[in-house]
Design a protein around this ligand. Structure first.
Ligand code: PMP
Length: 406
C-alpha cells in the first residue's frame, strides 16, 4: 500500500494545527474522508439531488439508481445474500436500537436472557437494558479474561437455553480486542439464540463476510469507514427481518394506508421510514469503492504494522500503561502515570496531535479496568510510522510538562 498516495486523497490531513502538521489519531471516533467521497456528495447535491423511489423525473431516477446502487455495494462489501438484507440506518446506534426494539420486544419474555459483555460500547448496552426492562427479560454479562478477551469456555457457560439474544462487539473501541464472533455465533445457535454483532470497529478495518460469520445481525457506521456521518447499516438475515415489525412508521415504508390500518413495503424498505439518507448512502457507496480499490487486506496489514510499532515504542515510556491484549486491532488505549487523560490529550493537541480522551462510551469497561478515563490513539489507512514517532515525542513532552507526578 502506498501510504503517500493514500494520504494525498485526504485534504484535511494536509494542514497545520497549533503550528504543527496535523497528526490525526482519532479514527476510531470518526475517520477522515477522501476526495472521492467528498466529490461524490458534491456531485449528488449539485447534479441530481432528488427524493428517491417516488419521482418519475430524470433526477429522481438517477438518485434512486445511485441510492440502490450503494445498497448493492454494501451487500458485496459484507457478502450478504441479498440487498433485502441491507437496511440503511443513521449508524450503528440506530441499527442496534432497531434490533432491540423490533426483534427484542417481539421475542423476549420474563425468564429469557440477553447476553452481552462488560466491554461493550454504550450503544450495545443501553438498548438491551431498556428492552430488558420492558419485557422482563434478564440482561446477563459474560465475564472477561484479565487481559480483556472473551474465553469460549466462559461463553459456553454463560449462553444457555434461556438465552435468546447474544450481542457482542467484533472489535473493542477501547481494548482493541478482536472477539471470536464466528465461534460465539455457533454457540448462540446451539441454544437457538440470535447473534448480533456490533461491527462499528471491524467493518472499516477488515474484510467482513456475514455469511462466513453466520451472525444474524451485523451493525456498522459509515463515518468510521471514510463515509459521511449520518449513514450506517443494519444487516439482518432475510427470514428474521421478514418476521420483524418496522421500528419506525410513516412515509416510504408503506404499501397501503387505510384509515385504521396499513401494510408495509417489502424488505428492505419497510425499515426505512421517511425520506432516506440519500446523500449519506451515496457517499458510503463511494467510500466502499475507495476502500475496495486499496483492499481491506492491505489496510488491515498496514494497521497491524502501525499498532505493533506503536506498542513497542510506547512500552519504552516509563509510567505508561497500555490496556488490552497483545493481539489487538489498530488502536492503543493508555494512561501515563497519574496524569489525567484530558491533560495528556491537551498537551498533545498543542503539538498538533489529535487523540481521544475520556470514557470512550464504555463506562462499565472503565470500571472493569478500574480507571475513570483513558487516552486512546487509533490508526487508519492514512497513518504512518512518522505519526507514531510524533505521538511518542508528544508523550515525552507530556511527561516533561507534568514532571512532578513521575
Ligand atoms: N459500537 C462501537 C464499538 C463504537 O466504537 C461506536 C462508535 N464509537 C458505536 C458502537 C456507535 O457508533 P455510532 O455513534 O456511529 O452510532
Amino acid at each position: 500500500m502506498d501510504v503517500k498516495s493514500v494520504r494525498d486523497a485526504f485534504p484535511i490531513l494536509h494542514q497545520e494545527v497549533n503550528g504543527h502538521p496535523l497528526v490525526y489519531l482519532d479514527s476510531s471516533a470518526t475517520s477522515q474522508k477522501p476526495v472521492q467521497v467528498i466529490e461524490k456528495l458534491d456531485e449528488y447535491y449539485r447534479g441530481y439531488n432528488s427524493n428517491v423511489h417516488r419521482g418519475v423525473h430524470t433526477l429522481g431516477t438517477k438518485a434512486t439508481d445511485e441510492y440502490e446502487g450503494a445498497r448493492e455495494k454494501v451487500r458485496q462489501f459484507i457478502n450478504a445474500q441479498s440487498t433485502q438484507e441491507v437496511i440503511f440506518t443513521r449508524g450503528t446506534t440506530t441499527a442496534i436500537n432497531t434490533i432491540a426494539s423490533s426483534y427484542g420486544r417481539a421475542n423476549l419474555k420474563p425468564g429469557d436472557e440477553i447476553v452481552i459483555t462488560p466491554m461493550e460500547h454504550h450503544s450495545n448496552i443501553i438498548p438491551w437494558q431498556q428492552v430488558a426492562k420492558e419485557t422482563g427479560a434478564t440482561l446477563k454479562y459474560m465475564p472477561l479474561q484479565p487481559n480483556g478477551t472473551i474465553s469460549l469456555q466462559d461463553a459456553e457457560e454463560t449462553i444457555t437455553d434461556q438465552t435468546k439474544i447474544v450481542s457482542i462487539m467484533h472489535v473493542s473501541n477501547v481494548l482493541g480486542t478482536i472477539n471470536p464472533v464466528k465461534e460465539l455465533a455457533a454457540i448462540a445457535h446451539k441454544h437457538e439464540a440470535v447473534m448480533v454483532v456490533d461491527g462499528a470497529q471491524s467493518a472499516p478495518h477488515m474484510r467482513i463476510d456475514v455469511k462466513d460469520l453466520d451472525c444474524d445481525f451485523y451493525a456498522f457506521s459509515g463515518h468510521k469507514m471514510c463515509g459521511p456521518t449520518g449513514i450506517g447499516v443494519l444487516y439482518g438475515k432475510r427470514q428474521l427481518l421478514n418476521d420483524m415489525e418496522p421500528a419506525e412508521f410513516g412515509g416510504e415504508m408503506i404499501d397501503f394506508v387505510n384509515l385504521y390500518d396499513s401494510t408495509w413495503k417489502e424488505l428492505p424498505w419497510k425499515f426505512e421510514g421517511g425520506t432516506p439518507i440519500i446523500g449519506g448512502a451515496i457517499g458510503l457507496g463511494a467510500a466502499i469503492d475507495f476502500l475496495n480499490d486499496i483492499g481491506l487486506e492491505e489496510i488491515e496489514k498496514h494497521e497491524h504494522e502501525l499498532v505493533d510499532y506503536a506498542v513497542e515504542k510506547m512500552n519504552q515510556i516509563d509510567g505508561l500503561t497500555i490496556y488490552g491484549p497483545e493481539e489487538r486491532a489498530g488502536l492503543v488505549t493508555f494512561n501515563i502515570s497519574d496524569v489525567h487523560p484530558h491533560d495528556v490529550a491537551t498537551v498533545l493537541d498543542a503539538e498538533g496531535i489529535a487523540v481521544r480522551a475520556g470514557h470512550h462510551c464504555a463506562q462499565p469497561l472503565m470500571r472493569w479496568l478500574d480507571v475513570t478515563a483513558t487516552a486512546r490513539a487509533s490508526f487508519y489507512l492514512y497513518n504512518t510510522k512518522e505519526d507514531i514517532d510524533r505521538l511518542v515525542e508528544g508523550l515525552q513532552t507530556t511527561k516533561e510538562y507534568f514532571g512532578d507526578v513521575f
